[in-house]
Design a protein. Structure first.
Length: 718
């Protein structure tokens, strides 16, 4: 086979464009069709490829294998994306199978292994569906075109007279004339670079896309067959328990290991501030850890969970203006009243079911690390840098992950395990305890947001002065139509000290949960001041018709009837914008004024996700977002003093319970002609705002700090 668009892999081709590892990889695949494309085609500007492939000729793009169709007809997709419970293993396979016209059962997903999969990006920000999904579909369309070319020659039939069904190419005029994909690829290895002109299917042509599909990993997970990092075992492996310092910022001043090291099969390893006990059995390592004698220099606390917000505001340095228009300064011929309020939100933990886990094994100069991670290539690079190794010698494999939510972007446990394995000279399994997980977590940052606004007699917002202390601006950008606005971030302290004493990072919809809580609370405050129904007030001040469609669809599903708040019904509405998705939530709550308990009875979520690949997967993600959102809105909060974390388990850190889960309904705006967007985060961003607004509507009291614990509800009522 040799035409203008295909290249047959022949002996004597220019080998300079191939790394040795890629040649071995292609050889391991055997015969079949391999579709190649550059990482730059997936998403421009992703930066370093981590521990991955070498560059192409003269520093040109690297073309890696993402899609292979074997002579047995099996279709294999290779991707660095991670299945951490969000369902992309299923939705990606669904897209691939649809474009190739094969059965879903014939698709195998090989994911998140830097030794087998090209680097097409990390798993974060709901980016897998909108960024990698279209490229994978295009690669499948390209493969289908190659196979039809081959079938045209094999059957001696014009290409436009051929059709495909379940991996069989047939003559539309004489269906008995047919050939399978496997028969077409037998005995040949065909490499094809993705053509940007590949034509993917459009509305009306889909067979699998858009159909509710059960998850491919469901049976494995409910029967206990699914392998997570902690399930792996290798010969000679020992278990590690790390010595956790008493405080963030603490420095180890002395260490006495005499009672442990060399006793009862225990080995103590120290690498700078990292101290760990190794043993064949994890409980023995845990018991021995308590016998270590360590002293630390602990810094004096500057603030705690109660004083942090005042500290941020009183010590704010120079702010950075994110966006502005017009003039927000008070005054003018007819000055309007200024509504001012400060909204507070504490640190929140990720609290994933699976704690951070890693298994590190050296074989000569090569290191393999199995890790619970969202970013295998990033972690490979970090491990190589920390250990002073060539990046090509580090392989990171991510099996199933038991929840990440942004917390497993950080791979501290993988680095610890690698360091311990090198010093111990044996494979090391490190499973963080629940206490370790809370202490080392990269918490969602605490923040204080001050808003000053004005609304005119017609119910239009005319001024919006929005100041963020403690976190970023995702979700702070205005989608309301306001002529005069200023959005400022205060991310530094004037005394030059570090703003956060605890580690912080991404948490499902980073920053947007807090920004949407503050913004939507204040929007309701203005609606009440103007004497206008909260839904009507939003519709008056939003021009975007996508938002109007989402708000109206959600209101219809919920059965919203206009009323000036507080109405006593316990109804709330909030809307937001995340990862290019407009979303609206409607909620009904009941508040026990004698105890401060809030019962969320019903939540309706409406969102515009464009073309929905798997409605069943979206429903699961939406329900997960809303259930998880109950936590940060009602109970979840990390208590601390300086760098000392007081909540180290679920005895004091309260997650949502089954009895809290409300009736959940979902509305998807039909937009199959629009690009697909990620559903992993939008539904969670408004949970704080919608519940605060519903509580206000129920009891006439507006809480300005979340979580809305019983104590805070009673204080507000008093």
């Amino acid at each position: 086979m040799n035409d203008d668009n295909s290249q047959v892999a022949e002996r004597g081709r220019d080998e300079s464009s191939y790394s040795a590892s890629r040649r071995r990889f292609l050889k391991g695949l055997g015969s079949g069709i391999v579709i190649l494309f550059s990482a730059g085609d997936v998403q421009r500007g992703w930066g370093s490829r981590g521990g991955g492939s070498a560059g192409g000729p003269a520093g040109g793009p690297v073309f890696d294998a993402h899609l292979h169709i074997g002579q047995d007809g099996k279709v294999t997709c290779f991707t660095s994306r991670v299945e951490q419970g969000q369902g992309v293993m299923t939705s990606l396979a669904q897209s691939l199978a649809d474009e190739l016209d094969v059965s879903l059962e014939s698709v195998e997903m090989v994911m998140s292994d830097t030794g087998r999969c090209p680097d097409d990006g990390a798993t974060w920000g709901s980016t897998t569906t909108p960024t990698f999904g279209p490229i994978l579909r295009a690669a499948a369309a390209e493969a289908r075109a190659v196979l039809i070319d081959l079938a045209s020659l094999r059957l001696d039939v014009p290409k436009d007279q051929l059709a495909v069904r379940d991996g069989v190419v047939f003559d539309k005029n004489q269906e008995s004339r047919k050939v399978t994909y496997g028969e077409l690829t037998e005995g040949m290895t065909i490499e094809r670079r993705l053509q940007t002109s590949s034509r993917i299917k459009t509305v009306g042509q889909y067979n699998l896309i858009g159909k509710p599909t059960n998850r491919l990993d469901a049976v494995e997970k409910v029967t206990g067959q699914a392998m997570y990092t902690g399930d792996f075992r290798v010969p000679g492996m020992v278990h590690a328990r790390v010595l956790r310092p008493p405080s963030h910022g603490a420095r180890l001043t002395s260490l006495d290991t005499a009672a442990v090291d060399g006793h009862d099969g225990c080995q103590v390893i120290r690498d700078g501030e990292l101290v760990a006990v190794l043993h064949e059995y994890p409980d023995q390592a845990e018991n021995a850890l308590s016998k270590l004698k360590a002293d630390y220099d602990i810094p004096e606390p500057r603030f705690d969970d109660e004083t942090i917000f005042d500290y941020f505001i009183e010590n704010a340095g120079q702010g950075n203006v994110d966006s502005r228009a017009g003039n927000v300064q008070p005054g003018g011929r007819n000055p309007l009243p200024v509504l001012e309020q400060t909204y507070l939100n504490g640190y929140v933990a990720h609290a994933s079911m699976e704690t951070h886990t890693a298994l590190a094994q050296f074989e000569g100069d090569d290191l393999t690390v199995w890790a619970s991670s969202q970013t295998p290539y990033l972690h490979a690079s970090e491990i190589a840098r920390e250990l002073g190794m060539p990046s090509g010698n580090v392989r990171v494999i991510v099996p199933f992950v038991g929840g990440g939510f942004g917390g497993k972007i950080d791979g501290g446990q993988a680095i610890q395990a690698a360091k311990l394995a090198r010093k111990a000279g044996k494979p090391v399994m490190l499973v963080w305890t629940r206490e370790d997980e809370f202490f080392y977590d990269t918490f969602r940052p605490a923040a204080a947001i001050n808003i000053k606004s004005s609304v005119d007699a017609s119910g239009k917002i005319v001024k919006w002065d929005y100041a963020i202390h403690g976190m970023g601006g995702r979700g702070a950008q205005l989608f309301y139509d306001v002529p005069n606005y200023l959005i400022t971030r205060y991310s530094r302290l004037q005394n030059g000290e570090q703003q956060h004493l605890l580690q912080t990072g991404a948490w499902r919809g980073p920053d947007n949960n807090t920004n949407s809580f503050a913004r939507e609370s204040h929007i309701d405050l203005m609606a009440a001041h103007a004497g206008i129904d909260p839904l009507d007030f939003r519709l008056r001040n939003i021009r975007d018709q996508r938002f109007h469609a989402v708000l109206n669809a959600g209101a219809e599903k919920f059965g919203w009837t206009p009323a000036e708040g507080p109405s006593g019904r316990g109804y709330g509405v909030a809307c937001g914008y995340d990862v290019s998705v407009p979303v609206a939530l409607f909620a009904e709550v009941q508040v026990d004024e004698s105890t401060g308990a809030i019962q969320v009875k019903r939540v309706v979520c409406a969102q515009d996700l464009g073309l929905v690949i798997n409605p069943e997967g979206v429903a699961l993600q939406t329900e997960g977002c809303i259930t998880m959102g109950l936590g940060y809105a009602l109970t979840e909060e990390v208590h601390f003093t300086g760098g000392v974390v007081h909540d180290l388990g679920f005895g004091s850190y309260e997650l949502p319970r089954f009895s809290w889960v409300p009736e959940i309904e979902m509305v998807l705006i039909e937009a199959d002609d629009q690009p697909s967007r990620g559903a992993g985060e939008p539904a969670i961003i408004c949970m704080g705002g919608v519940l605060v607004n519903a509580v206000y509507d129920a009891i006439g009291v507006r809480l300005t700090q979340i979580p809305m614990t019983r104590e805070r509800v009673l204080q507000a009522l008093a």
